[in-house]
Ligand binder design. Structure first.
Ligand code: PHE
Length: 345
């Protein structure tokens, strides 16, 4: 008798649950089956009165199973009712055009990285990637900045708590993509010609509207016989026009870096006023990065004979280029993943 009762109870419950049309009906059913005085508990009371111990155990077990099945059915039905409420279509018109799913695209920065690689690829630069966590040697010392040199202060450096390398010194988060210079000379076994584009993340301890702890830079490095400043100028003009548009010119302003001699800061003519001077640029020029002729000591650190070969290098921030091109006021917009910003590009 009991097994039949249990079986019937299950079937009855499942049938009723599947017929409910709203949450209230479902809740009433839950109470009538699983409530304190509900049908399940009534059967449990009957089982307790059995005298045969083994029977008690068996029936108790199967009643528990049924209880669980009913709980699951209730939960399921509650989901179905909820989703029915969301579907407001009362009829389906198969001739209506479909709803277009939202389509994503590459992040603005990824687009820029592709574009910059493409622009330099056109004139033979090879894109490489070197470690963002690198040794002091590649980031500073090989670039003519021995330990304790004051020029290092320009790069507010994060040091990694790791054992020192016996030869290369401390581990740091690379503060610029210039760490790729000597690494590239080594990769090519100190045999020019070298035409490198190193594009990577860099890390510096500075924060304001135009600076974040992490940002992207690209580094161009060209080494060959008879390389002159005019070659650097030509490459920068080419890039400026490809990135900002025809007519943009570059300007080299004397500056100082330990790893280039002579060194320059690079300006492009302002897009807004075509170099005449406006409210946003003031002078008609926008500063976009640093550059110079590779210092003989850097060539030597990479094993290249500085009497035979010369080179130029330049470094520039990717975010900065984008901010100038699109008048983006705050660098944080790149990293906040706000669709209202990202969807504009
Ligand atoms: N590494 C320099 C910086 O981050 C830029 C630079 C690169 C300057 C190459 C000269 C040559 O400021």
């Amino acid at each position: 008798m009991l097994p039949e009762l249990i079986h019937n109870l299950k079937n009855e419950a499942l049938a009723l649950i599947s017929q409910t049309k709203n949450a209230k009906e479902l809740e009433d059913l839950r109470i009538s089956f699983l409530g304190r005085k509900g049908k399940i508990n009534q059967l449990f009371a009957q089982i307790l009165q059995l005298t045969n111990q083994q029977e008690k155990i068996n029936f108790g077990k199967s009643l528990n199973e049924v209880k669980q099945i009913i709980q699951e059915a209730l939960a399921n039905q509650s989901k179905i009712l909820a989703s029915d409420e969301e579907t407001t279509f009362s009829w389906f018109d198969p001739t209506l055009p479909g709803v277009k799913p939202a389509q994503g695209h590459l992040h603005l920065l990824s687009q820029a990285i592709e574009e910059i690689s493409e622009i330099f690829g056109q004139i033979g630069f090879v894109r490489v990637r070197y470690p963002e966590v690198d040794w002091d040697w590649y980031v500073f010392e090989a670039l003519n900045m021995p330990p304790g040199h004051p020029a290092r202060d320009e790069w507010e450096t994060f040091f990694v708590e790791a054992p020192k390398h016996p030869q290369f010194g401390e581990m740091v988060l690379s503060t610029h993509t210039s760490n790729g210079q000597v690494r590239e000379m080594e990769r090519l076994k100190a045999k020019p010609p070298i035409r490198m584009l190193n594009l990577a993340k860099c890390y510096r301890r500075q924060q304001d509207n135009t600076h974040t702890l992490m940002f992207h830079q690209f580094e161009g490095l060209v080494i060959d016989r008879n390389i002159k400043i005019i070659h650097l100028k030509g490459v920068l003009d080419y890039f400026g026009q490809a990135w900002f548009g025809a007519g943009v010119k570059s300007r080299l302003r004397p500056f100082h870096f330990q790893f280039t001699e002579p060194s320059f800061e690079v300006d492009f003519t302002c897009l807004n006023c075509q170099g005449k001077g406006c409210r946003s640029c003031k002078s008609g020029w926008l500063e976009i990065g640093g550059a110079g002729m590779v210092h003989p000591k850097v060539l030597e650190a990479g094993g290249i004979d500085s009497r035979q070969f010369r080179g130029f290098a330049f470094g520039c921030g990717v975010e900065r280029l984008l901010m100038l091109r699109h008048q983006i006021p705050n660098i944080r917009l790149f990293y906040e993943n706000d669709l209202r910003f990202l969807e504009q590009f």
